[in-house]
Design a protein around this ligand. Sequence first.
Ligand code: HEC
Length: 251
Amino acid sequence: MILFHIASVAAILITITTLSAEHAPIPPKQNWSFASPTGTFDRAALQRGFQVYKQVCSACHGIKYISFRHLAALGLTEAEIKVLASQYQIKDGPNDAGDMFERPGRPSDYFPNPYANNKQARAANNGSLPPDLSLIIKAREHAANYVYALLTGFKENPNFKLSPGQYYNEYFPGHAISMAPPLSEGLVTYNDGTNATVDQMAHDVTTFLAWASEPEMEQRKRLGLKVILYLLVMTGLFYATMRRIWKGVRK
Ligand code: HEC
């Protein structure tokens, strides 16, 4: 019986070590404006990041939990949001004849998916599904550090076995990813004159995706600080009251 236990513990340990051997290296920590307990999103980085998402990533990835009007948080005006929304075609309906139809987007619409369905998405990507990016930062271990490392982690293949349509990525678990390196130097032209290096675009689009995964982060942190401050003040008050009530009472 004991031998059996030892054997099963050994088997579990071996599985754990082989599983972790498949894991990619831990992504280095980056300097994010939103990381600290009082951190906020850098508005300029958010706007640049949205531009990268719109011009590059949105060809394959949706952000289905974000609506056009959510972008007011990035500093876009109502008029800008209206114009932006109207550039998209949104599926609506059915109309009185029972047919679905397309119409220009409105601020209250959510970003449409680039593909009609998952099968079409897979067919266009060598059988792999580009995940929706709205919650990707929350869905991956090492969050923003991972997404940034993934976007900048395409390296020359060190003799790793890749199938056609796969690329070597240092930080993707298993290293063989079915996404071609999406960023290259100067791929977008930033309005604010920022130099669009791969590093800069990866940083900006990751900041945008971090916002998308938690648009209410700044309110949450502000509220948390207020609660802690309130609790501290109350602790002081209660302590002073206690001292007063027990003053003169012998122990
Ligand atoms: C031409 C299509 C295409 C474009 C453009 C593209 N991707 Fe991807 N992406 C994919 C596919 C396909 C996968 C799934 C890869 C896999 O599972 O092997 C993927 C996967 C991902 C993942 C998930 C990796 C994981 O851990 O599972 C992230 C994050 C990602 N892409 C971010 C981006 C960002 C950010 C951009 C824009 C800068 C972008 N992608 C542009 C096709 C694309």
